[in-house]
Design a protein around this ligand. Structure first.
Ligand code: ADP
Length: 539
């Protein structure tokens, strides 16, 4: 049912949009061309603000600032520690008080150390301070996300802002845990490895979780000691600009974080093909992932990490806890209006439980409310923009034309804005377009299966490999599924269970490289080997 007050959502927020320009070298600036573009409110289609439209020239300026900050600035040279610099000076003082010969040598050494230490601004400490600033502005950040991306405000506050803080704090803590190995290479040679920041990172992010995606890429890059040029999605530029401002407030040095708002084929392409960007991390569609890799191959062969699309299987076995299975299927398909790369959009249900599952699903969805994301009763807001709205509706029509049956939904709703009814298809065949392609909207495909073998075969029958869900009480079935499904994560009796300590990222055409966990640092670090002869070696 549609719960918006006038059926289409009326802006109820008086949120002030403070940051609309590019953020380069610590300052908000207009685009070199002077051009701007509109970001729109998905509840109404009305313009929220005009945003500076960055292009190649602006990316060049941002890369120059990031390059300078990396090559000559403090950021990559700081310690990673979270300790306050005052406490490290104090611990140094304490230590020096035990220094023998407490005369001139000591005081000279001590003064120099003090001067050095008082200037030292550890990366982890600055990132922790950044997190405090984000937390203080949690309500404003949540409102920006709701307004720009159409997320229910409570979810934006709890999930999006909560995750942002979790990610930033995790990597603040990771900054001083980056270390290499020692190698006993042979009798004659001793070696060790250094893990060094790669340099300037280009970070291209999508619109479905704008702030989370910003931090998923920015936090490990900063922890590693890289400097960054971020391009937020043109649909949702507001939070990234606000977060750039908060970074400056927290003491992130100028040039370390730069944000160039603009379009993919212009600003985005300028990043992926830039000769002076050392690594690109991207989240978005598989099609654009391919363009990014091509651009890297045609320019400076910068490494790329790609977190791309999915068509994840969610598999319910006969012995499943029915209530839980239904709840997880709903969350896995309709959370964030289905705008989630990990959406468990192929729902396979074993034949013995199928009818009960379908019935329970339809009953539970009766209380689902679509409407204005600022209304606390609402479960599902509008799709992010007109293009996505039309794309999802095209898929729904295609599903009908291919012979899938609409169990519920199947239409747009609301008098204005980009609202779509949560849609469930049954009688879906594996080869239908709706069962093969990523729809990125509130569309679930229900399919029946008989055996474990069949479930494995069909679950893997996709070019994607991002996530999978399995609901069963049988540990043997759970283990077998977990080992057999080719995906970046298999959730057993849960779904969408993300945590900072858990690596996230796909395989096959869902991409490669991990967000979250200590693995996320790898893409921003180079491993360098240092080798030296040991005493007595013929070298
Ligand atoms: P989605 O399907 O989520 O819209 P896209 O892959 O189209 O994902 O967009 C994700 C991000 O990639 C956005 O920031 C977008 O501007 C950017 N982008 C789109 N096209 C290109 C391109 N040719 N080169 C680089 N970035 C691009």
């Amino acid at each position: 049912r549609h719960g918006g007050d006038d059926g289409g959502g009326t802006p109820k927020t008086t949120l002030e949009i403070r940051y609309t320009k590019l953020f380069i070298d610590g300052r908000f600036v207009d685009a070199a061309s002077g051009k701007t573009f509109e970001t729109r409110d998905p509840r109404t289609g009305d313009v929220i603000a005009r945003i500076a439209e960055g292009d190649k020239e602006d990316v060049d300026l941002a890369v120059k600032a990031a390059r300078e900050a990396f090559d000559h600035g403090e950021w990559p040279r700081m310690s990673g520690s979270v300790r306050a610099s005052s406490s490290s000076s104090q611990s140094c003082k304490k230590w020096l008080s035990f220094f023998p010969n407490g005369t001139r040598t000591r005081s000279t050494y001590s003064d120099r150390s003090m001067a050095y230490l008082s200037k030292m601004q550890e990366r982890g400490r600055i990132m922790a301070k950044y997190a405090e600033g984000v937390e203080r502005h949690a309500d404003e950040l949540a409102a920006l996300e709701s307004l720009d991306a159409g997320k229910p405000l409570a979810a934006a506050r709890a999930v999006d802002v909560g995750e942002c803080l979790g990610i930033l704090r995790y990597f603040a803590g990771a900054a001083d845990k980056i270390h290499g190995e020692t190698l006993k290479m042979s009798r004659q040679l001793h070696g060790y490895t250094l893990r060094e920041p790669l340099g300037v990172a280009g970070l291209i992010v999508p619109w479905n979780f704008p702030a989370i995606m910003f931090f998923s890429k920015v936090s490990p890059a900063l922890a590693a000691g890289c400097t960054v040029v971020v391009k937020p999605a043109e649909q949702t530029p507001l939070s990234a600009l606000f977060l750039a401002h908060l970074a400056k407030q927290a003491g992130v040095p100028d040039g370390v974080i730069n944000v160039v708002t603009g379009f993919g084929p212009t600003a985005g392409a300028a990043i992926s093909s830039h000769m002076d960007i050392d690594v690109v991390a991207f989240t978005g569609s598989t099609e654009v992932g391919r363009l990014i890799m091509e651009a890297s191959a045609k320019s400076n062969l910068k490494p790329v990490a790609l977190e791309l699309g999915g068509k994840s299987p969610f598999i319910v076995f006969d012995d499943a806890d029915l209530d839980k299975a239904v709840e997880l299927a709903i969350g896995g398909n309709f959370f964030n209006k289905g705008e989630a790369c990990v959406a468990g959009s192929r729902v396979f249900v074993q034949e013995g439980i199928y009818d009960r599952f379908e019935q329970k699903l339809a009953d539970t969805m009766k209380s689902w409310v679509v409407g204005d994301p600022f209304d606390p009763r609402v479960n599902q807001g509008p799709q992010v923009d007109k293009a996505q709205y039309e794309r999802v509706l095209r898929y729904i029509e295609q599903g009908k034309a291919e012979g899938a049956t609409v169990l519920m939904g199947g239409k747009p709703c609301g008098k204005k804005g980009y609202y779509i009814e949560p849609t469930i298809f049954n009688n879906v065949k594996d080869d239908m377009v709706v069962a093969r392609e990523e729809i990125f909207g509130p569309v679930m495909c229900l399919m029946k299966f008989k055996t474990v073998e069949e479930a494995i075969e069909r679950a893997n029958g996709t070019r994607y490999g991002l996530a999978a869900g399995v609901v069963t009480r049988d540990i043997d079935v759970a283990n077998r599924m977990a080992r057999s499904i080719r995906a970046g994560v298999v959730w057993v009796n849960c779904y969408f269970a993300m945590d900072r300590s858990c690596p996230f990222g796909g395989r096959k055409m869902s991409g490669f490289g991990k967000d979250d966990s200590m693995h996320a640092l790898d893409k921003f670090l180079a491993v360098k080997a240092v080798v030296t002869p040991v005493h007595g070696s013929p070298w």
